[in-house]
Design a binder for this molecule. Structure first.
Ligand code: ADP
Ligand code: MG
Length: 964
């Protein structure tokens, strides 16, 4: 129980502070219209002011000129209150004035700046300094609250969830803000931290801080409780530090609509303050309209109650603000007359109570005797007796014994007088009714507060829900877009697959064509082979014929030479015979025989020469014709050869292009397969997402089910995917096998083709050689024929000669018979050799040899090419293997990546859960301020940083340590 002890009447202290003209006022040409006749007076109006009235002088406890320092303002206006509060008195400092008149500058100033900081930080610092220098036996508990009043709603600045607190009365009829957060603090730093927190909360809640601060009242409450551990004496003091809303009139701000309502509401609470002050100033304490606003309700004790109150009225000196300044000064003037009843708040000990009880009892008995005396006197008066003046009871004398009991005692006396008794009873019942009604009002306030909090919560939930819905909607849209793109991609992939299949078909067709061509070539080759064998047979037969003809010609030549030899021998014999018997012949036949003989020999020679020339000419002609034939044949063969080469080159080029297309198609196929994989995956994912979304849409509240469904779907998808993958892999393997087979056959075919080509070339050349040889052979045959004819001609001539010889022989025989019986023989010489022919043969042989060489060269070239190709084959195989390996590696990498993604997802989920849990716990923790730990502070303690020591700071302990 707190009871006022030794109360004393004190007026509210009013200090007027005038700020300097600011730069915008100077620019606007405003003049400084305030004058300071003394330290306690200020004059306003008169010349230069806008109100044009006579200058009015206002007197206050102190008037602070624009140039005073913040520290000076503190010393004058606030410093005494620190000692009061720590002695168990209540205190209040509030700043009143129009917006931008310097209220916040005065109360808070520039926090953290030693020169510019305002009253609140200085007071906080001083309170602690004071405590540190006080009696060691004192233990202090300091707690602070910080709230603002806006539109007649109390908002807790230390807990943003409390937006509409209510004002209650405790059992001593002292008002307090119910449910306001109370922070126990043990150092100035902690207080400043608390203020910072409250300020930041205030900033977060509003968009325009300047406007908001000019329309709301901010209240900082410091509650100090102290206990003397030696005497158990307990004192408590409350200090309200109030920065009021701007006091300007609404018309000046030009507000409209909701803003106007707001302004009116603020002005309402300010006008309620004005009304309370007016009522108090008029001394009408029976009904002060404290309950008109929350502000006045809170400040009930500060205005006309138990508190040392200082009001700082802040003024602008500018002529523009003249009227506002005047009304502010008037307000201060009125407030100055308010009397407060100030006393120490002390919680009494049991002994004190006993003493007081005894005293009261004593007083009671005294009063009883007085009453008895009075009753006796009254009875005497009523019975018509008169009581002499010296015997009359001196009520005044008895009453002044204790001024406290004076009023109740008179009222007690009054209650005993008949007619007034009823009215007093009525009064009491009215009072009780009033109390009840007030109680009801408070309860309603509580209810309103609860409802407000509920509304706030529901609104927050609504906002969250809306956000969730929006998020869901966005997700849905994105999913839809994804599915659309996926289906598009799927279609395009389908088309591509179709194209690839078509290309494959074309390739297969091409391949068939090529194989058919190869078959045709094979057939051709077979035919050529057949022809070749036929030709070879023919050649063989011709060769044999040639051999036989050669043999026969040789034979004939031999015979001819033999014949010639015999003939020559005969002739020589004849010659010798003729020469040996010339004398006899001369004598027998004379000159005529000799001439005839010579003549016949010459004739023979001539005829022989003629036939020889003839045969030579014919042979030359035949040779020329054969040469022309051979030339033409050669040229045609060359042409054919060229054509064949061209065809081969074309085929080779075709083969190459085909191989390239096959490779391209392979690559395309692989790419498309990969694309197919990816697209299938995406389609599956999209389908899953769609399903998930549908399910999500249906059951938003059952997210767990959704998650399970998701997981099940994921499982299904995984299985599907693995199946697809395996089937695709099988397909790839079969395709690879097919490709390998095709490559092998292709290579085989190319090799066969090359071989065929080379064979074909060889055969062609052989054929040409053979044909040329054939031509030569036919030429030789012709020559032989000619030789035979020549021989025939020769034989004829020989026969003729033989005839003539025979005749001559006859004559000769006759002569011989006549002269010598000797037989004579005749011979002829025939020396013919085919020297030219042998030269031609030599030429031919050399030609054939050349051809052979060329052929061997070509053969070697082909063998080399084949070897190169064989070398190339392992390289290609290696490359193929490398690509296969790469495909495998990519597959494994894909698998790994998928597993990684799954793991990441799980981790992410885990993280999200963890964060949610953390946020929940943080929220819980934020609401857990209710359980506060008291931090007792003891004097003698040195200022130390705001380390949160839960067990409290016992100054005595520190002192002891210092002493030690
Ligand atoms: P209010 O809280 O009454 O609306 P402020 O305290 O915010 O007004 O002051 C408005 C401006 O004037 C601030 O920028 C402040 O720094 C300045 N100001 C106020 N009083 C003084 C003063 N006595 N000396 C210097 N500047 C001041
Ligand atoms: Mg302000």
């Amino acid at each position: 129980m707190i009871e006022p002890v030794a109360p004393s009447d004190e007026t509210i202290k009013v200090v007027c502070r005038v700020r300097p003209l600011n730069s915008s006022e100077e620019k606007a040409g405003s003049k400084f219209v305030l004058k300071f006749p003394s330290d306690e007076t200020i004059s306003c109006g008169g010349l230069g002011s806008e109100s044009r009235g006579p200058a009015k002088v206002f007197a206050f406890d102190r008037v602070l000129k624009p140039n005073v320092s913040q520290e000076y303002v503190y010393t004058v206006a606030a410093k005494p209150i620190v000692a009061d509060v720590l002695s168990g008195y209540n205190g209040t400092i509030f700043a009143y004035g129009q917006t931008s008149s310097g209220k916040t500058h005065t109360m808070e100033g520039v926090m953290g700046n030693d020169d510019l900081q305002g009253i609140i930080p200085r007071i906080v610092q001083d309170i602690f300094n004071f405590i540190y220098g006080m009696d060691e036996n004192l233990e202090f508990h300091i707690k602070v609250s910080y709230f603002e009043i806006y539109m007649d709603k109390i908002r807790d600045l230390l807990d943003v969830t409390k937006t509409n607190l209510s004002v209650h009365e405790d059992k001593n009829k002292v008002t307090f803000v119910k449910g306001a957060t109370e922070r126990f603090v043990s150092s100035p730093e902690e207080v400043m931290e608390t203020i910072d927190e409250g300020k930041s909360n205030r900033h977060v809640a509003v968009t325009n801080m300047n406007e908001h601060s000019s329309r709301s009242h901010s209240v900082f409450l410091i509650n100090v409780k102290q206990e003397n551990t030696a005497t158990q004496k307990k004192l408590s003091g409350k200090l309200y530090l109030v920065d009021l809303a701007g006091s300007e009139k609404v018309s000046k701000t030009g507000a409209e609509g909701a803003v106007l309502d707001e302004a009116k509401n603020i002005n309402k609470s300010l006008s309620a303050l004005g009304n309370v002050i007016s009522a108090l100033a008029e001394g009408n304490k029976s009904h002060v309209p404290y309950r008109d606003s929350k502000l006045t309700r809170i400040l009930q004790e500060s205005l006309g109650g138990n508190a040392r109150t200082t009001m700082i009225i802040c003024c602008s000196p500018a002529s523009y603000n003249d009227s506002e300044t005047k009304s502010t000064l008037l307000f201060g003037q009125r407030a100055k007359t308010i009397k407060n009843v100030v006393c120490v708040n002390e919680e009494l000990t049991a002994e004190e109570w006993k003493r007081r009880y005894e005293r009261e009892k004593e007083k009671n008995s005294k009063l009883k005797t007085v009453i008895e005396n009075l009753q006796a006197e009254l009875a005497a008066w009523r019975s018509g007796q008169s009581v002499p003046e010296n015997e009359q009871v001196d009520v005044k004398k008895a009453g002044t014994e204790d001024s406290m009991t004076a009023t109740p005692s008179t009222s007690m006396i009054g209650s005993m007088t008949g007619s007034i008794v009823i009215s007093e009873a009525d009064k009491a019942s009215f009072e009780a009714d009033k109390m009840k009604l007030y109680q009801l009002l408070d309860d309603k306030d509580d209810e309103i507060n609860e409802q407000c909090q509920l509304i706030e919560k529901i609104q927050q939930q609504l906002l969250e829900q809306e956000e969730l819905i929006a998020q869901e909607r966005r997700e849905k849209e994105s999913l839809q877009a994804d599915s659309a793109t996926l289906s598009q991609e799927y279609d395009s992939a389908k088309d591509e697959v179709k194209e690839v299949l078509q290309a494959l078909e074309e390739l297969a067709m091409n391949y068939d064509q090529k194989s058919q061509e190869v078959e045709a070539k094979n057939n051709e080759y077979d035919q050529l082979n057949d022809e070749l064998s036929q030709k070879i047979n023919l050649l063989n037969s011709l060769q044999s014929e040639l051999d036989t003809t050669k043999d026969s010609s040789l034979h004939q030549r031999k015979r001819i030479t033999d014949m010639m030899m015999s003939l020559l021998r005969d002739l020589s014999d004849i010659g010798t015979i003729v020469g040996g018997n010339s004398a006899e012949t001369k004598m027998v036949t004379g000159n005529s025989d000799k001439i005839e003989e010579e003549f016949t020999v010459a004739r023979l020679y001539i005829s022989k020469m003629k036939s020889e020339v003839k045969t030579l000419v014919m042979r030359a002609q035949a040779l020329e014709s054969t040469q022309a034939d051979v030339n033409s044949k050669l040229s045609t063969a060359e042409k054919e050869l060229d054509e064949c080469r061209l065809v081969i080159q074309q085929h080779e080029a075709k083969m190459k292009s085909l191989q390239e297309t096959i490779q391209d198609v392979d690559a395309k196929k692989r790419q498309l397969e990969e694309n197919m994989d990816m697209l299938n995956e995406r389609v599956v994912a999209a389908a899953a997402a769609e399903q998930v979304h549908v399910s999500a849409k249906e059951e938003l509240q059952t997210s767990m089910d959704m998650k399970q469904a998701l997981e099940a779907q994921m499982e299904v998808h995984r299985e599907q995917h693995s199946k697809q993958l395996s089937s695709l892999r099988d397909e790839i393997a079969t395709k690879q096998g097919l490709v390998d087979q095709l490559k092998d056959t292709n290579q085989k075919l190319t090799l066969a083709l090359e071989k065929l080509q080379s064979d074909y070339d060889k055969l062609k050349q052989e054929e040409s050689d053979k044909s040329s040889r054939l031509a030569e052979l036919s030429l030789q045959r012709d020559r032989r024929e000619q030789g035979r004819q020549d021989l025939m001609g020769l034989e004829e001539t020989v026969a003729k000669e033989l005839q003539t010889l025979h005749n001559l022989k006859k004559l000769f025989v006759q002569d011989l018979q006549n002269r010598v019986r000797k037989t004579s023989k005749k011979g002829e010489e025939d020396d013919e050799e085919d020297v030219g022919g042998s030269a031609a043969q030599k030429q031919k042989i050399s030609f054939l040899e050349n051809n052979l060489e060329q052929l061997t060269k070509v053969h070697k070239q082909l063998v080399r090419d084949n070897a190169d190709l064989r070398c190339e084959l392992p390289k290609l195989e290696k490359r193929l293997r490398a690509t296969m390996d790469r495909v495998k590696a990519l597959e494994t990498a894909l698998k790994d990546a998928k597993e990684g993604a799954m793991r990441d997802r799980k981790r992410y989920q885990h993280e999200v859960d963890r964060i949610k849990e953390a946020v929940r716990q943080k929220n819980l923790a934020r609401r857990g301020h209710a359980a506060q730990i008291a931090k007792p502070i003891r004097p003698g303690q040195h200022p130390q940083p705001s380390g949160n020591t839960p067990q409290g700071i016992r100054g005595g302990g520190v002192v002891v340590a210092a002493r030690a």
